[in-house]
Design a protein around this ligand. Structure first.
Ligand code: ZN
Ligand code: CU
Length: 486
């Protein structure tokens, strides 16, 4: 009897299934876009056979928090992500999404982080997904509709609550977005285009998510002194609409709030007893977004990532720029805006405590269009695996992997992804647990990590140690089908 023919067989791997269970030694076989078998010494033959030599094989990583809405079209190789082992990205975070928006002016920040040019937006998710499916990227995409994008689409000024007629328009746009396949609804209440929105405005929109199915994620109103109030606002929205909520990039910013993760994690833990709450974190003490005066006081150092007003500032410390221009720091912000920046504003102990908290997922929050991006764009996942897991021993490897795979798939309701099992999609990463590490740094942020040996998406290889492959097997994972509604 001849053994079964498979497309790809990876032999002698330490297999981590993504559930958080310890690894088993064995082989994994892929037929088409699915995992056909897992076990010791599989009796089958692959068109392609790989000897893993005892290296770690895991489900492809799911980046729980991205701003990859436009880069998946602009640079479908997605080298910044596949080089880390990422096979799926969650887009539309912090209230900012590429659809449904039809405007003819430069959008206010932070929408300009993804689409400085109004023609880059899509009028509907149907149009956006059609573009993605006509020209697929290497990774899978789960998209959210953003509150700030809805506001910019229907309001003429943003420094006020939406009127009833505007709320109705936003509800209709959000309903259509969810029906078109957006999987969730995000807010960025911290940011100017959304900050004047009262909780009731968000609740009115969250009710649409209740009716259509999905989740709500939020860059909260306040991650500094008011962080606990903001957590409570987030939980209230989740309870009112009876939907799962996700606290994005949880952190406690500003010197005065360092150490407060002890308090916030207790508050989150207590609330989790009564309602579904998820959270994500990136493994750095510096944040990054548009350049904002509010952040000056809270930061010990600020690096400019881009400026559309003054050329050649990317990668430079704002204090040096101010000195050269003969301006105060605040005047410098005005002079070089619109611009982006990296802010050193968190406490290492808080980052570790939040990352170690069992429900916390890993998300990069990378900004792929920044000229000198925060290194999290290229380094997040290998940094958790190599630095925090192997070197700092924050948690075992199976836990680190779970935070990037099975936990994330469960939190977002992803079917047949984030786990290794017969019949699951063949999103895979093979890596060397002794070598994996981030190479991207604040000085040189666009460098692929070390130790990511091979990455496959829907059964097709997109990355090997030699670099990115030409395959573009990524799919749109629509809410309600590929992504289960709640
Ligand atoms: Zn954010
Ligand atoms: Cu974000």
């Amino acid at each position: 009897m001849t053994s079964k023919q498979m497309d790809l067989v990876i032999r002698n791997a330490r297999i981590f299934d993504g559930t958080g269970a310890a690894a088993i030694d064995g082989d994994l076989a892929v037929a088409g876009d699915r995992i056909a078998a897992i076990g010791p010494s599989l009796d089958c033959q692959g068109h392609e056979e790989i000897d893993a030599d005892g290296k770690a094989l895991a489900p492809g990583f799911i980046d729980a928090h991205t701003h990859d809405d436009r880069i998946v079209l602009a640079d479908p190789s997605m080298t910044c992500k596949v080089s880390q082992g990422v096979t799926t990205v969650v887009t539309g975070n912090c209230g900012v999404s590429i659809a449904p928006v039809e405007i003819d002016f430069r959008p206010p920040g932070p929408l300009d982080l993804i689409c400085p040019d109004p023609s880059d937006f899509f009028a509907s998710f149907t149009d956006y997904f059609a573009a993605l499916e006509a020209s697929p990227p290497s990774v899978n995409v789960i998209a959210q509709a953003g509150h700030a994008s809805l506001r910019v689409a229907v309001m003429d000024t943003f420094d006020r609550p939406a009127r009833d007629t505007e709320i109705e328009k936003m509800r209709a746009l959000l309903r259509q977005a969810l029906r078109d396949g957006a999987a969730g609804f995000s807010t960025g209440l911290y940011y100017p285009p959304a900050n004047a929105a009262p909780t009731e405005e968000i609740e009115a929109l969250a009710m649409v998510v209740n009716e259509e199915g999905g989740f709500h994620s939020t860059h909260m109103r306040d991650e500094a002194d008011g962080v606990v109030d903001s957590l409570n606002e987030t939980f209230r929205i989740g309870r009112t609409a009876d939907i799962p909520v996700i606290v994005s990039h949880h952190k406690c910013v500003g010197l005065a709030n360092h150490g407060r993760s002890a308090e916030t994690l207790k508050v989150i833990d207590a609330a989790r007893a009564n309602q579904p709450i998820g959270l994500d974190v990136y493994p750095y003490v510096a944040s990054s977004t548009i350049l904002r005066k509010e952040r000056l006081e809270l930061s010990s150092q600020i690096i400019v990532t881009w400026s559309d007003a003054v050329e050649g500032l990317e990668g430079r410390d704002i204090e040096d720029i101010a000195r050269e221009m003969g301006l105060s720091i605040e005047e410098t912000v005005d002079a070089i805006s619109p611009a982006g920046a990296i802010y050193f504003m968190m406490d290492e102990k808080d980052v570790r405590a939040i990352m170690s908290y069992p429900p916390t997922m890993i998300g990069s929050d990378g900004l792929p269009h920044d000229r000198h991006p925060h290194p999290r764009l290229w380094g997040t996942f290998p940094r958790v695996l190599g630095h925090y897991c192997r070197e700092e021993k924050l948690f075992p490897l199976e836990t680190a992997i779970h935070k990037m795979t099975g936990l994330t798939a469960r939190t977002f309701g992803l079917k047949d992804r984030g786990i290794l099992g017969e019949g699951a999609f063949a999103d895979l990463v093979l890596f060397d647990p002794d070598e994996v590490i981030d190479i991207a740094s604040f000085d040189a942020p666009q460098r692929p990590a070390a130790g990511i040996l091979r990455v496959a998406v829907n059964g097709q290889t997109v990355w090997t140690e030699q670099g990115a492959h030409d395959a573009r097997p990524g799919r749109v994972l629509r809410g309600g089908s590929e992504v289960r509604s709640h």
